[in-house]
Design a protein. Structure first.
Length: 132
């Protein structure tokens, strides 16, 4: 079977991910799409059959996050620290190696892969028509 990639929703602008539930907060993260070399680096963690990221250990999540998050997370909203203060982007980037944030990183990775991958449609199922 062949595949047709549908690129109608592509944009070079950053993308706002769906809210991620973390530590009682609804965290909204804005990201740039992954470049090929970074997609390749994290693709080893992607379970294509189940459509989820799978890491062997939380330490792998932290290492991958330290490499990826500063490059691609461009805004973060809705996250507060233990004192109730809003977490800034700079604070988030400084905390990227913190083990406590592993569940949040997992949600961000899922969103990054989703927005960085073009939707695929089977070639024989109603391809876009070039005729008007």
């Amino acid at each position: 079977k062949g595949w047709v990639l549908i690129m109608g929703s592509w944009s070079s602008k950053p993308v706002v991910l769906d809210p991620i539930e973390f530590d009682g907060d609804k965290v909204v993260v804005t990201v740039k799409r992954l470049l090929m070399e970074d997609m390749q680096a994290i693709s080893k963690y992607f379970d294509r059959e189940k459509g989820v990221m799978r890491f062997d250990s939380p330490l792998e999540v932290c290492k991958a996050a330290a490499d990826i998050m500063p490059k691609y997370v461009v805004a973060i909203e809705g996250m507060v620290d233990g004192d109730g203060a809003r977490v800034t982007l700079e604070e988030f980037h400084k905390a990227v190696g913190e083990f406590y944030l592993v569940p949040l990183f997992g949600g961000i990775f899922q969103g990054l892969v989703r927005v960085s991958t073009a939707r695929a449609q089977e070639k024989n199922s109603a391809p876009p028509s070039a005729e008007s």
